[in-house]
Design a binder for this molecule. Structure first.
Ligand code: SF4
Ligand code: SF4
Length: 370
């Protein structure tokens, strides 16, 4: 039996479905709006079929939980410009390739002759740099708290090996400040958060305490299998029904109160928080990371001078609003018409964790009126 099998077992899911229904009935006619912050949750809710089981008065909103989607055009333009410099190799995770910046994409730059290589680990980029000291190798550091520790460890290793031709474009983002920005903006009503499982494995439950103490918003940390997702929804409905605003950890098999201490210490040694721009949000204070001063020589933006025009957005693309839960993907006029996974206009349709891609893949586009 596969290790994950019990988490989809009907004997476990059925009582959770019944509990979900009875809580929703108790809350009716109130409409309860739950935000699944994480891009993988968006996909998992569709893929497992749990989304189709939700009661009529429970709405799932997608949030700013896909790191590719929240990367703003300014940073995408920087990545593409770096790739277009002579003698530079850009190494990236594959999901960045097709994301359109203001005027181009990495895949288009590659077609025009840029050396853009897909890697599965930042350590692969380090290997390229070591193998050919005559070329500059830049790794694109995109991702949340889940990915940043591996990138941090790679930078520390580059320092240990005293590599002179390796750098990182640090575009990492931190999830809790984005939740704060979302709640402070007041642009969307959220009754409870389903918090990201992978991010929480690193940071733990503690950094979400402000959701309860400052905003009175209930939240549940959840995993990605059917019982996890149902526990996330049931946990949120219980908290809403009983007017409790606590942070519940329903992914305790991986998430500790204080998170992964070793990963946090590598992060702390390498990076410090800084203000960062997010697609749709603008600049969010202390929501990004930058290399600490003694490691700045590995910062691609310090090493290379880029003179770029102001970024521009595609007219009609609602990715920014989708990421804030203000609109559902199928409310974008381009959804399923001009914008599809084969011809993506915005990042939310490119990324495997993007809300638009998830809605398209699992059939929501068939409901679009033409
Ligand atoms: S990177 Fe992991 S934690 Fe972050 S959104 Fe994607 S799946 Fe969730
Ligand atoms: S459908 Fe396409 S253009 Fe519209 S919000 Fe989604 S990604 Fe952006």
């Amino acid at each position: 039996m596969h290790l994950t099998e019990p988490f989809g077992d009907r004997a476990l899911t059925q009582p959770l479905v019944e509990r979900m229904m009875s809580l929703a009935e108790r809350l009716s006619p109130r409409q309860v709006r739950l935000m699944e912050v994480c891009g993988s949750h968006t996909m998992s809710f569709f893929r497992t079929g749990v989304r189709s089981l939700l009661p009529d008065n429970v709405t799932l909103l997608s949030g700013p939980g896909c790191p590719v989607c929240v990367t703003p055009n300014r940073e995408l333009d920087q990545m593409i410009a770096l790739a277009s410099l002579p003698n530079v190799t850009v190494a990236t995770f594959g999901d960045m390739l097709r994301v359109p910046g203001s005027r181009s994409s990495l895949v288009q730059a590659r077609t025009s002759g840029a050396d853009v290589r897909v890697v599965y680990s930042p350590m692969d980029a380090l290997t390229f740099a070591e193998a050919d000291p005559s070329r500059e190798v830049v790794f694109l550091g995109v991702g949340f708290e889940t990915t940043a520790p591996t990138v941090a460890a790679t930078v520390l290793e580059a320092a240990r090996r005293d590599l002179r031709n390796f750098s990182v474009l640090v575009a990492h983002k931190l999830v809790p400040p984005a939740l704060r920005a979302l709640l402070t903006s007041g642009e969307v009503r959220i009754d409870a958060f389903i918090l990201p499982g992978h991010v929480s494995t690193i940071i733990g439950a503690q950094p979400y305490a402000f959701l309860e103490s400052e905003f009175g918003i209930p939240s549940v940390i959840a995993g990605f299998l059917p019982t996890d997702l149902l526990e996330g929804v049931v946990g949120c409905l219980e908290l809403v029904a009983y007017d409790q605003a606590e942070v519940r950890n329903r992914y305790a098999r991986f998430v500790r109160e204080r998170g992964n201490v070793a990963a946090k210490s590598v992060l702390e040694e390498t990076f410090e928080p800084c203000d960062a721009e997010w697609r749709g949000f603008g600049v969010i204070p202390e929501s990004g990371l930058r290399l600490r001063p003694h490691l700045r020589r590995f910062d691609a933006l310090e090493r290379f001078t880029l003179d770029l025009p102001e970024p521009r957005e595609v007219h009609g693309c609602l990715c920014g609003e989708v990421l804030k839960g203000m609109v559902s993907p199928d409310e974008c006029k381009l959804f399923g018409t001009a914008c599809s996974p084969e011809n993506p206009i915005g990042p939310c349709m490119v990324s495997s964790e993007g809300a638009c891609a998830a809605h398209y893949k699992y059939g929501a586009h068939r409901a679009v009126k033409v």
